[in-house]
Design a protein around this ligand. Structure first.
Ligand SMILES: NC(=O)c1ccc[n+]([C@@H]2O[C@H](COP(=O)([O-])OP(=O)(O)OC[C@H]3O[C@@H](n4cnc5c(N)ncnc54)[C@H](OP(=O)(O)O)[C@@H]3O)[C@@H](O)[C@H]2O)c1
Length: 265
């Protein structure tokens, strides 16, 4: 299937590693002009060159801290002045501290909402006006299945995800008339560089060994394994394309059925 992504301009937040890097590579392979952002400049530039060398398509690295509204504004201006437009925004940069109610601090809760939720809000607020002027656009929000299931040891990601999911559906209701459509992708556990750290946090918060946390995580998924970054990237690439433009104001879980199986663990 031709996804008709050739020459589309896409901004992927948190594109220097993990899921964002895999999505950026996949979109670049489809012929997109990709801009990626992150805070760490060295890795960001390294990732941009790596993808550009592999695909032959331009990748623009833009350093930004999405917890800062001024950075989001500057990043948007940079991408627009370089590529002239933004056809697709992939909101992906996010992380939330794991933990249980008794130990989570006010700062943990604020940190979770500050990036994982407000980072997405800030990017939409800056970029949607450009999409309206262009006559349309697409927003793909990488969120997480913690927003649609319970995990008492992951309540800050759960809250930030649920907020992001509602935000996605709400904007779809508002901007359809401007030909801007929205979709949320909800991964379950994904094998990124930080998976090991997530297992350690889960072991700590559930008072079990890391090996047991690993076993329980895999057992919570009917397929018995966790997702790869490429699997999320494949879905995000299709969702970013015009082929999926009519898929609007909805959420797609990519969690191997974990959401439905959580009660069994
Ligand atoms: N991995 C999973 O199991 C999983 C499951 C469900 C949902 N998700 C969601 O998928 C998304 C990607 O997760 P991941 O595991 O791929 O994350 P990751 O490997 O930790 O990568 C996060 C990316 O975001 C950037 N970033 C972090 N803080 C930032 C900030 N303040 N401003 C700008 N960029 C920032 C990072 O670069 P710098 O640190 O240099 O800024 C990096 O490029 C997240 O929204 C996450 O919640 C992940």
């Amino acid at each position: 299937m031709d996804l008709k992504l050739q020459d589309k301009v896409v901004l992927v937040t948190g594109g220097s590693k993990g899921i964002g890097k895999a999505i950026s590579l996949s979109l670049s392979k489809e012929g997109c002009k990709v801009a990626i952002c992150a805070r760490g400049e060295d890795l960001l530039k390294k990732t941009a060159s790596l993808i550009q060398n592999e695909t032959g398509n331009e990748v623009l690295p833009v350093t930004a801290d999405l917890t800062k509204p001024t950075d989001v504004k500057l990043m948007t201006e940079n991408v627009i002045s370089h590529f002239g437009r933004i056809d697709v925004l992939v909101n992906n940069a996010g992380s939330s501290p794991g933990g249980i109610l008794e130990t989570l601090t006010e700062e943990d809760w604020a940190q979770s909402l500050q990036l994982k939720f407000m980072g997405y809000v800030r990017c939409c607020k800056e970029i949607i006006p450009h999409m309206r002027k262009q006559g349309g656009g697409r927003v793909v929000n990488i969120i997480g299945n913690d927003g649609v299931k319970f995990s008492y040891w992951e309540i800050t990601p759960g809250a930030a995800n649920a907020a992001g999911q509602n935000f996605t559906l709400s904007l779809a209701g508002q901007y359809g008339k401007d030909n801007i459509t929205f979709v949320a992708i909800n991964p379950g556990p994904v094998e990124t560089e930080r998976w090991d750290g997530l297992l350690e946090a889960m072991a700590r918060d559930r008072n079990i060994s890391k090996e047991e946390a690993d076993r329980l995580s895999k057992a919570s998924i009917p397929l018995g394994r966790i997702c790869t970054t490429e699997e999320v990237a494949d879905l995000a690439t299709f969702m970013a394309s015009d082929r999926a433009h009519f898929i609007n104001g909805t959420m797609i879980e990519i969690d191997g059925g974990q959401r439905k199986a959580i009660m069994d663990t």
